[in-house]
Design a protein around this ligand. Structure first.
Ligand code: AMP
Length: 288
């Protein structure tokens, strides 16, 4: 496995592969990797001749009061995991390699970025779309991999790829959870033992929602009331949002159908966690 830190070296290695007629998969990450990230690598290694992973904490997707400075980092551990998954090339740039001092060109997306996480993170998806555009323009992969864990991000990237005619297939990978149901996240490391227990309220309310949907519920207000009541039973949980949105445009809907999204952001102490399910997918399973 090779590690490169510059755009030129990344481009050169991928161009050499392309000249040989090899297909390339790209898995963008911010590092501090876990099995959720690893599942993206597994899909890419299976689908493509070569896999590139990026490990880059992208400063322009963090708001001024967010956790850019404290975001967990462990590049040696990340490399060991990526190598074990069969990744061929790791791109690990400094922020200055990605953003010149006078950088001023952004890719923004309307409509889909205004709901859910976009309400409290107004510049977040502009930062995501911009960095993904830069990676796509450099690697020109055949396929790019994202987790369903960040469902709004995945919907936004699908729309950006369609709207801007990127020649890439966007692959969404299922949420990977801990045995007790908590969705794996680099930010779980912020949780104290007490908060870690309290954080189970997210997956429990997700499963409650899924059970109601399986039972035939299709009314958003009724579903959300039940899920919010469940979340309210945990004193450490501070709900930012729970919403039912159209699976393609991320707009709230009064009734829902297969493919629509039920998504939440909840603070446990100071840690902001997200989780979701897509209507029609199998219910999550975990140890009670
Ligand atoms: P991040 O490093 O948080 O930017 O995540 C990089 C990619 O990994 C994104 O596409 C995430 O959606 C995906 N990812 C993170 N956690 C999980 C998880 N628990 N299950 C599936 N994919 C995940």
């Amino acid at each position: 496995m090779k590690v490169v830190t510059t755009i030129d070296d990344l481009r050169a290695q991928v161009s050499a592969w392309k000249k040989e007629g090899l297909t390339v998969g790209l898995c963008p990450t911010m590092g501090y990797l876990h099995e959720g990230h690893a599942s993206l690598m597994e899909h890419s290694v299976k689908d493509n001749d070569r896999t590139v992973a990026s490990v880059f904490v992208n400063p322009i997707q963090f708001g001024p009061t967010e956790d850019l400075a404290t975001y967990p980092r462990d590049f040696d551990h990340d490399c060991a995991l990526l190598e074990s998954k069969g990744v061929d090339l790791v791109f690990h740039p400094e922020a200055s390699e990605m953003y010149a001092d006078d950088f001023c060109t952004y890719v923004d997306i309307d409509v889909l970025s205004k709901t859910l996480c976009g309400k409290t993170r107004p510049i977040h998806f502009r930062g995501v779309c911009t960095v993904i555009t830069k990676l796509l323009n450099t690697v020109c992969p055949d396929r790019i991999y994202f987790g369903q864990k960040d469902a709004q991000q995945l919907a936004i990237i699908r729309r950006m790829v369609r709207d801007l005619n990127f020649n890439v297939e966007v692959i969404g990978c299922p949420i990977v959870r801990e045995a007790d149901g908590l969705a794996k996240s680099s930010r779980n490391t912020y949780l104290s033992p007490e908060e870690r227990k309290a954080a189970l309220i997210l997956s429990r309310s997700i499963r409650l929602g899924q059970d109601l949907v399986t039972g035939g519920e299709r009314d958003s207000a009724a579903l959300l009331k039940a899920m919010k009541d469940k979340l309210a039973s945990e004193p450490l949980a501070d709900v930012e949002y729970v919403e039912v949105v159209n699976g393609l445009n991320m707009q709230p809907i009064p009734t829902f159908t297969e493919g629509d999204l039920v998504a939440m952001a909840v603070r446990i102490g100071t840690t902001r966690l997200i989780d979701n399910f897509t209507v029609g997918e199998p219910s999550i399973e975990f140890e009670d």
